[in-house]
Each structure stands twice: as structure tokens, then as C-alpha cells.
Design a protein. Structure first.
Lengths: 187, 223
């Protein structure tokens, strides 16, 4: 769904899975040791797993499963895969679900089409996102289940879901300056 | 029906914000359920996630006008089928999802009445009695050429974001027109603000829907 820049269309595409490239990009070096980078010319199809943080500047299609690691999709990164990681940062484009054990950040240049499940989700101004974000109240922490299909039974809502809505309680929540409301406000 | 030309209150320098009278009803609805399910028809805003985070919602972000730009390069007449495809994708993990709240912000001003009707028809599988729809309808002559994303600040304070490159004529939809375009929804609350914005909180209560004949008022024309 995301429009690809025209220059991407002209880029040479690797049609076969390429070997994992751990060469680091010139970006600011992560403070943590054991960071792998998939460079812009690398294209991988399949499932990635491991015990190193990962920076993706290339293309990945399949699944990225680095539950205890941090994953960054760089500006050049194009990912069509679900990503499971401790922390996920997106500067490039992702089509897939993001499950962040601790958090997910979509930076200004990031585009994500998919669902996000994480205790903390941050969308920077200018970022693009379509999908669902499942949030828990701030008091709650800890891992959550990955987004997945649900049965109609499990989808049955509590009885109050089907009841008529509570009427607006604007007045109860705080004073309303009369200057904001014209005389025709009605309930 | 129309408010005066008084500007909304200004806050934080260039930011123009206003105190919404209908949005607290949205928050009340979200508080009334353990896991509120919200469909935001507008673009994703990090500040809105932050503002609603404490309610622990599941938020679907549709960004429908971007959808139109990116996925509907043909005429909007094709919106119906492509739209359905999009909604199927959006709710693919929970095809029986039921929405507590739909946040339309001011986007209805940018859709024709037919498009609004199609949108609501496409969402019908996810609308249940009690679903609220929050909409801001411009009653002034003009609207920004592109819809400003609405940021939630401090509960009932809303901030239309950004500067539009120009103005466009406002459709100035009237309530009967909107009711026709929103089958099954009734007006739960409506507030005309001095800024010329009319806030609506529609509630899906098909059993209370007025007979169609009552909603057959002629379409409004601009001044």
C-alpha cells in the first residue's frame, strides 16, 4: 500500500535470499554490543531469529523473531514481516504486525501498516500508521499476547458493550467557558 | 444554526485550540467499558495515543483520506469496493470487532453525503447499539483545504494541527442530511460553537431512528 519512491523501482532487486550481513552502517553506533545490520542491498526471505540487536536497512519478507533484542528498521529498510522484539524502532517501512515486549517507536520517517502490541507505543509527528494499537493502562506492564485471529466466542463483549451509550458528561468533567458554546447547544 | 466568527481560544503561541463540548462524552463512553475499542478515521497522532493511553484502549487508525490518496487513485466512485477491502484488512484479526467510539473529527466535511453513507455502511458489521460517532461539522463558509489532524489536549481541549495551504468551500451539512447519511445513528448531543464549528455526538440506536420522512429536508446550499 505504501507508495515506493520511484528510485526504488529502479534499484536492482535481489530475487534470492542473501546471506546475513553483519556489517554495520555508518549510523550512530549503538552502545550495546552485538548489533547486526542488514545492509541496503540485502534482501532476505524467511524467518530471522538470533541473539543480537538488529538494524534493518535492506529488505525482509517473512518473520523477524528477536524476542529479547532490539530491532531498528532504518530509513532504507523495507520489511514485509511480523516483528517480535524487545524494542522496535521504525524509520523505514513495515507491512506487518509489531510486537514489542517493552515498546514500539515509529519515527517521523516511518510508515507502518499493521498492528502494534506493546506496553509503550510512540508515534512521532509525521509518521504514517494504519492498523490497530492495543494499549494497556500505564500501570500495567509485562508481555502480552501477539495479535492474532480470534474466535467469535472470544470476541463476545461484556454486556455493557451493547447498552446505549452514557450521555456526554462534559459539564461533570470540568467547567466549560460560556464563550465557547453558542446558545444552541442541546442534548 | 451558525455561530459567530469568534476565533477559538489560542494557546501555546501559534497553536489554536478550543474546548470541545462533545468530546467529554467520548471519554465518558471509553471510561464506561473495561477495554474501549476506538476507530480513529483520522491520521495517527502520537499525542492522541498518549492522551488516551490511560484508558487502555484498542485503537484502530484508518487515516481514511490518506487511504483515498494512496489506495484509491481512481475516482471516488470506486471507494465502496476498495473501502470494504480496507476495512476487511483493518479488522482482519478481529472480524467481529465491535466499536465503542468512532472518531470522525472534521473529516465528514471532506466527504460527500454519499461517501459518508458508504463509509457507515461499510462499518456496519462493527457498529453496535451504543457506538458513538464524534464529528465536527463546519457551519462557516470555508474549511481548510486539507483536514487538520485533531490533537487531544487535556481531556476536552482539542487542537486542530498544522496550517492548511488554503481554504475550500464548506459543505455545511445540516443535521437532517447527516442523519440520512448515517443510518441508525441518532443525535445524542450537538453543540454549536462560536467558532462556527458544530460538534455532534451521534449514537447508534437504530430503534430510535426517526422515520425517513423526517430526514427528507432539502440539501442545504451555501450562502
Amino acid at each position: 500500500m505504501w507508495k515506493r519512491p520511484e528510485d526504488e523501482e529502479n534499484e536492482p532487486q535481489q530475487s534470492t535470499p542473501a546471506p546475513f550481513n553483519a556489517e554495520k552502517t555508518p549510523r550512530p553506533e549503538p552502545t550495546r554490543r552485538g548489533v547486526a545490520t542488514i545492509g541496503p542491498s540485502i534482501s532476505i526471505t524467511g524467518e530471522l531469529s538470533g541473539e543480537e540487536d538488529l538494524i534493518i536497512d535492506g529488505r525482509i519478507e517473512g518473520k523477524v523473531n528477536l524476542e529479547k533484542q532490539n530491532v531498528t528498521v532504518g530509513k532504507a529498510g523495507r520489511v514485509k514481516a511480523d516483528i517480535v522484539a524487545k524494542n522496535i524502532q521504525v524509520e523505514g517501512q513495515v507491512e506487518g504486525n509489531l510486537l514489542g515486549e517493552e515498546g514500539v517507536v515509529i519515527h517521523q520517517s516511518g510508515k507502518v501498516k499493521g498492528n502494534i502490541v506493546a506496553p509503550r507505543v510512540s508515534l512521532e509527528n509525521g509518521s504514517k500508521f494504519k492498523g490497530a494499537i492495543d494499549m494497556e493502562p500505564r500501570t500495567s506492564s509485562g508481555p502480552r499476547a501477539a495479535p492474532g485471529p480470534k474466535t467469535p466466542e472470544s470476541e463476545a463483549k461484556s454486556p455493557q458493550k451493547g447498552t446505549p451509550s452514557a450521555s456526554p458528561d462534559a459539564q461533570a468533567k470540568g467547567s466549560i467557558p460560556p464563550s465557547d458554546a453558542a446558545a444552541s447547544g442541546r442534548k | 444554526m451558525r455561530g459567530s466568527r469568534e476565533k477559538p481560544i489560542a494557546e501555546e503561541g501559534a497553536e489554536v485550540s478550543y474546548r470541545s463540548l462533545a468530546f467529554p462524552g467520548v471519554l465518558a463512553r471509553m471510561r464506561s467499558v473495561p477495554k474501549p475499542v476506538v476507530l480513529d478515521l483520522g491520521p495517527a497522532l502520537g499525542s492522541n495515543l498518549h492522551a488516551l493511553e490511560h484508558l487502555g484502549p484498542r485503537i484502530y487508525i484508518a487515516d481514511i483520506l490518506s487511504m483515498a490518496d494512496e489506495e484509491l487513485p481512481l475516482e471516488r466512485a470506486h471507494a465502496k469496493s476498495t473501502g470494504k477491502q480496507f476495512w476487511r484488512w483493518l479488522f482482519r484479526n478481529r472480524p467481529h470487532e465491535r466499536l465503542d467510539v468512532i472518531l470522525a473529527w472534521d473529516l465528514l466535511n471532506y466527504l460527500t453525503l454519499d461517501e459518508i453513507r458508504i463509509l457507515i455502511e461499510d462499518l456496519q458489521p462493527h457498529v453496535v447499539p451504543g457506538t458513538l460517532l464524534f464529528a465536527v461539522i463546519a457551519q462557516g463558509k470555508e474549511i481548510p483545504r486539507t483536514p487538520p489532524p485533531y490533537a487531544i489536549r487535556s481531556g476536552s481541549i482539542l487542537v486542530p494541527q498544522g496550517q492548511s495551504p488554503g481554504q475550500a468551500p464548506a459543505p455545511r451539512y445540516r443535521e437532517p442530511e447527516l442523519r440520512r447519511a448515517l443510518p441508525g445513528f441518532v443525535v445524542d448531543a450537538s453543540y454549536l460553537l462560536r467558532s462556527g464549528l458544530q460538534e455532534y455526538l451521534f449514537a447508534y440506536r437504530p430503534e430510535e431512528e426517526a422515520p425517513a420522512s423526517e430526514a427528507l429536508e432539502p440539501a442545504s446550499a451555501g450562502d
